[in-house]
Design a binder for this molecule. Structure first.
Ligand code: ZN
Length: 151
């Protein structure tokens, strides 16, 4: 059906870009964070409902490029049911993946971003929602901007 694995990855990214999952505001959220990537113009807000140590639900709104939206969409599916520590660990794995093309641990569907490291300008697009996730978990009031991050 697909020529190779890269085509499959592209299909997943396009699907999540066109039909982002959990794409809505969450008025009753426990915490939220704004993320902004001035290099591309990506701008999103991530919402989390946290019960004790466990992320019960995640959603996002905003506008951005396909990589950014697909990454946020996959994030909201991935972190649901994870503890804060597990979500932090996923952030580190995804960061490794998008900057080096490989990760020590299992990243699940996020593996579709394995090719992003070849396009340095898109790395920040892929990681933006993950920075917002960490910002939300830390309860940081200031918006997260990739301009201030080492990636
Ligand atoms: Zn972007």
């Amino acid at each position: 059906m697909f020529d190779d694995i890269n085509d499959l990855y592209q299909q997943v990214i396009l699907d999540h870009c066109k039909k982002p999952r959990n794409f809505h505001e969450m008025p009753q959220c426990s915490c939220s964070a704004q993320g902004f990537n001035p290099l591309c113009g990506d701008n999103l807000k991530l919402y989390l409902t946290v019960d004790g140590d466990v992320i019960k639900a995640a959603s996002f709104v905003g506008s951005g490029c396909c990589i950014c939206k697909a990454s946020a969409s996959l994030l909201t599916e991935n972190v649901k049911g994870k503890t804060k520590a597990e979500a932090q660990q996923m952030f580190e794995r995804v960061r490794d993946l998008v900057t080096n093309g490989k990760s020590e641990g299992d990243v699940g569907k996020l593996a579709v971003f394995a090719g992003v490291y070849k396009y340095p300008a898109r790395v920040k697009c892929a990681i933006l929602s993950w920075h917002a996730l960490i910002g939300a978990l830390k309860g940081e009031a200031a918006p997260v901007s990739t301009a201030n991050e080492q990636t």
